[in-house]
Design a protein around this ligand. Structure first.
Ligand code: PLZ
Length: 442
């Protein structure tokens, strides 16, 4: 690993050279494209991001759950370089190549369920979700799409409609796509319902307000990401999946954030043995290169007419080579087990922080996808979110050289998504910084 694995602060964060670059960004990059922590990165690997001022920051975000195998992971770099030297693009729809097929074969093997599966490849998570809906509509002959409170599915027109939160994702960007309906999510901290009860509540809304027979698919993140790392109560997902099966509705798991070893399994659905009809993947699939997929039951995938799925760059050969390198890293380093170990370490530390700071009202997550929710709870159990404290703790972590992310409908969730290549020592140090930030902002 070329980047020394140590936190090092040579300047204030952001440093002077990063600030110069930020001025150029302001001049040339659209203001709508935000940057959370404007340190300009020059190299990264293991658990470290190094900036242009020579500062080394500990990465607890993985570029939003993308560099699961680590930044510039060896097998990814090797495959990318070899592929770039051989050829960079042909367009799979014009003249195909083996890497695309290899990725689809890997997806057939790794995604939940033992049935015959096929895949189609795309560039971004949002594009995969859009295509899952297209496939579900053709396969069922129905129009309606069910999504959940707090859901995040992307920023394109259809996926904005599917995403719950208005600011910053939707405000002013409508009108949105039709035939998208929202059901209540299982959110144990807020609703106190069992999985069975929460599923019954969601099913009732869909049946009464949309009509089960009109539904093409239910699209759900098995653990919600941007919406707040919301882990549904046990039994919720299996019950919804069963109801879908019983009623000819396709169960689509959006595993874009949870997939590829992040949660301690290959996929988050594996935890309760839920087998989706279609699954969308992106992010962790390719170690940082843009690639996404829809994988599903062969007969559903094949319901679409020839030429109905595609795109110029979908399954680009370099992105496919990167994905094969990422999967190789996950297999050879048993990264699912590493995610579980990282999860146990984080869980331990976060639980002690929660014991010390009343503002931490929940510790949740699975594997290397952990979060704490900040707020107060009254005697009735009602939650008042504390976004201000969340922002203050986060700002403090950034200043101390730890890249932390927040999320949640109310902006009151601190989430931890370290690359699985981070060492225990570095992770422990980062969590020390988080603990100090809580103490300093008390
Ligand atoms: N589905 C579950 O998490 C992307 C978005 C960050 P794209 N999440 C990070 C932002 O502010 O844009 C995501 C996701 C789930 C779909 C997507 C969309 O994936 O690759 O960003 O299109």
């Amino acid at each position: 690993m070329s980047v020394p694995q140590e936190r090092r602060l040579l300047t204030r964060i952001p440093g002077p050279l990063s600030l110069e670059r930020l001025e150029r960004k302001k001049r040339y990059v659209a203001d709508g494209v935000g940057t959370m922590l404007p340190v300009s990165i020059v190299r990264a690997g293991g658990g470290i991001l190094e900036d242009v001022d020579g500062n080394r920051l500990i990465d607890l975000g993985s570029g939003i759950a993308v560099t699961t195998v680590g930044n510039a992971a060896p097998a990814v770099v090797r495959n990318v370089v070899e592929q770039a030297e051989a050829f960079t693009h042909t367009c799979f729809m014009i003249t195909p190549y083996e890497g695309y097929i290899d990725v689809c074969a890997a997806l057939a093997e790794l995604t939940p369920g033992e049935h015959a599966k096929k895949s189609a490849l795309f560039n971004s998570g949002a594009e995969a979700v859009e295509n899952a809906v297209k496939i579900a509509r053709v396969a069922t002959g129905r129009d309606a799409v069910a999504v959940f409170d707090h859901a995040y599915h992307g920023r394109t027109n259809l996926t904005m409609a599917m995403t719950a939160k208005n600011q910053p994702y939707k405000n002013g960007f409508g009108p949105f796509a039709a035939e998208v309906y929202r059901a209540p999510m299982s959110y144990p901290l807020h609703d106190g319902l069992s999985g069975e009860q929460a599923a019954a509540r969601a099913i009732d809304v869909l049946d009464k307000q949309v009509g089960t027979g009109n539904l093409a698919c239910v699209v759900i993140e098995p653990i919600q990401g941007e919406g707040g790392f919301i882990v549904p109560a046990p039994g919720f997902l299996p019950r919804i999946a069963q109801w879908c099966r019983d009623n000819g509705v396709l169960f689509v798991a959006d595993e874009i954030q949870t997939g590829f070893c992040r949660t301690g399994d290959w996929f988050a659905c594996d935890d309760e043995g839920v087998v989706p009809d279609l699954v969308t993947t992106a992010k962790g699939i390719a170690g940082g290169l843009p690639l996404a997929a829809v994988t599903g039951r062969a007969e559903l995938m094949d319901a679409v007419h020839g030429g109905g799925l595609g795109g110029t760059y979908g399954g680009n050969p370099i992105a496919c080579a990167a994905a094969l390198g990422a999967v190789e890293e996950m297999r050879e380093r048993d990264l699912a087990a590493r995610a579980a170990a990282i999860g146990a370490l984080m869980r331990d530390r976060l639980t002690s922080m929660a014991a010390e700071h009343d503002v931490i009202i929940d510790v949740r997550g699975r594997g290397a996808m952990q979060a704490i929710e900040l707020g107060t709870r009254d005697a009735s159990g009602a939650v008042t979110p504390d976004a201000a404290r969340t922002a203050a703790v986060s700002a403090r972590c950034h200043a101390e050289g730890v890249v932390t992310l927040t999320c949640g409908t109310w902006g009151n969730v601190f989430r931890f998504l370290p690359p699985l290549s981070i060492s225990d020592d570095l992770l422990g140090e980062a969590l020390d910084v988080v603990a100090e930030a809580f103490a300093a902002t008390a």
